[in-house]
Design a protein around this ligand. Structure first.
Ligand code: DAH
Length: 339
């Protein structure tokens, strides 16, 4: 019997397997519940006393040899399949992948881009770190102009010429400098102002600037464009243009949308008036056209600027602007289905 076991040990050492199934069959044959090793152990009691020691040793050697072989073959097979680009068990369920969500600012920005691209506007962008010319001077706000105080500016270090743009109107200037009319462009982006942070205002936020320059552009074109925009975005088509002042437009107006006074929230967000301000607009001041190299005799145009954060807060009932920059996943996850 001992010789037979020694033969089995030699066989186990020499064993080779191609597949997982071969290894498993080998394991069951030798190490399974009814396998050879178990059977020999059961024989132990019948072995003559003087042979018990040797018998025990060989049977243990057989068991260890078989087990080591199984382990070695399995490892070898796994390494081979990994080399071929397949790892392990192909029927194993996959790891769940968390789906991200678009940020509400991006959702609203994309909606606005869609609305304007339907009427032929392209998208343009400019730098957030701007120079004085593009943010102020070219926009009819020369040095010491009192209207510069309307926008509390962050300057970059001590250079008063370099600043964080206070509005996306700076992109108007860049676009007009680089392109000839007709111009139809919108410029979404982040802007910065040195303002106290609260539920309703932040030191950075987002705007979309619109610019239309061609021959014979009138205020009626501006109003119609804004009406189309608010109808598409809010489903509310009644707007009001309230006379206002911006140095870069003449005449200038503030854009109000009639929100209604049906619910308590309507009362709250419109301060009981039913009207909601969403931005500013006007006919581009001829001085601005001239500053940007466009003939103000031949061309006219309109411009407008609206706040994206404000609109996102309205559309998604967000009560605090700070939520938009805190990146709390519990907040962001709620926009998974929005777009
Ligand atoms: N730049 C202005 C602001 O940030 C918004 C604005 C008003 C933009 C009138 C315009 C405009 O293009 O015509 O307050």
């Amino acid at each position: 019997m001992i010789d037979k076991i020694k033969e089995l040990i030699a066989e186990a050492e020499a064993f080779k397997a191609e597949t997982k199934e071969d290894i498993e069959a080998f394991r069951i044959k030798l190490l399974g519940q009814k396998g050879i090793v178990k059977q020999y152990f059961a024989e132990f009691k019948n072995v003559a006393n003087d042979q018990k020691k040797e018998f025990g040793q060989v049977i243990n050697t057989l068991k260890n040899t078989a087990q080591n072989k199984v382990n070695a073959l399995k490892e070898e097979l796994e390494n081979n399949t990994q080399d071929a680009g397949i790892s392990g068990d192909l029927s194993r369920p996959g790891e769940p992948i968390q789906i991200g969500s678009r940020h509400p600012i991006s959702i609203v920005k994309n909606q606005i881009i869609d609305i304007f691209s339907n009427i032929g506007f392209n998208v343009s962008e400019g730098p957030e770190i701007e120079d004085d010319w593009h943010n102020f001077t070219a926009l009819n706000l020369p040095e010491y102009h009192p209207a510069r105080d309307m926008q509390d500016t962050f300057f970059v270090q001590t250079n008063p010429d370099i600043l964080l743009r206070t509005h996306t109107s700076s992109v108007q200037v860049r676009y007009m400098e680089d392109n000839k009319p007709p111009i139809r462009t919108i410029s979404p982006g982040r802007v910065y102002r040195n303002e106290a942070i609260s539920a309703r205002s932040h030191c950075f936020f987002h705007q979309v600037e619109g610019l239309y320059i061609d021959k014979d552009v009138s205020f009626a074109d501006l109003k119609q464009t804004l009406q189309y925009f608010t109808t598409e975005l809010f489903g509310k088509s009644k707007i009001r243009l309230r006379p206002s002042y911006f140095p870069f437009t003449e005449p200038s107006a503030e854009i109000d949308v009639y929100w209604g006074l049906e619910t308590e929230t309507d009362h709250k967000i419109t301060k009981g008036t039913g009207w909601l301000e969403i931005g500013g607009c006007g006919m581009v001041d001829p001085n601005v056209l001239t500053n940007c190299g466009i003939d103000a005799e031949e061309y006219s145009g309109f411009a407008f600027g609206v706040g994206i954060d404000r609109i996102a807060m309205l559309l998604h009932q967000i009560s605090d602007i700070r939520l938009l920059s805190e990146n709390d996943v519990r907040f962001l996850e709620q926009f998974k289905s929005a777009l």
